[in-house]
Write a protein that binds this ligand. Structure first.
Ligand SMILES: [Zn+2]
Ligand SMILES: [Zn+2]
Length: 166
């Protein structure tokens, strides 16, 4: 049996910034220049990042507006509440990635180098639905993280062990 673990695509009608604007409006807030800079940076490409990495990227960006650490933290949590970002806690580190407009997927997490590999599996979704049915539970999502060593890290580990034998 062959498996396809590739991610599909999702079409969305609003841009992340428009969607964030709607969310903030519903809470009586607005998109400030600082929030806009953060959203532009975060949604320029898909990656897994933490608040410190984002701060570094914002600092290296040519801009006359500096974004403060508290603003980054506050905006990240607003983006999670707005359904734009998804937060995962890995080894006590909060890691963020796109949720809005990005397909549902699961991860392999390398505990040595912190690499995250994404995959999508219909079989996992089937198990989720089957378990939920059994418990008369209405599933809306799931998170699966497989922990271990990535190919690169397990290779260096093997190489080190070989050296020990010499
Ligand atoms: Zn690794
Ligand atoms: Zn991911």
């Amino acid at each position: 049996m062959s498996h396809d673990f590739s991610l599909g695509t999702v079409d969305v009608s609003l841009t992340p910034l428009q969607r964030f604007e709607e969310f903030l409006q519903s809470r009586g807030k607005r998109v400030t220049q600082q929030r806009r800079i953060i959203v532009d940076r975060v949604f320029s490409h898909h990656e897994h990042f933490d608040a410190d990495q984002l701060l570094e990227q914002l600092k290296s960006q040519v801009s006359d507006q500096s974004v403060s650490r508290p603003t980054v933290y506050r905006t990240l949590s607003e983006l999670v509440d707005a359904g734009l970002l998804r937060k995962m806690v890995l080894n006590d580190r909060s890691v963020y990635e796109h949720d809005y407009g990005y397909p549902q997927h699961d991860h392999l997490h390398c505990e040595k180098c912190d690499k995250l590999i994404e995959f999508s599996s219909d079989e996992v979704k089937e198990i989720r639905e089957a378990v939920a049915r059994k418990h008369h539970f209405r599933a809306v999502g799931h998170r699966l993280i497989i922990y271990g060593l990535c190919a690169d890290c397990s290779r260096t580990k093997r190489a080190a062990r070989r050296l020990d034998l010499i």
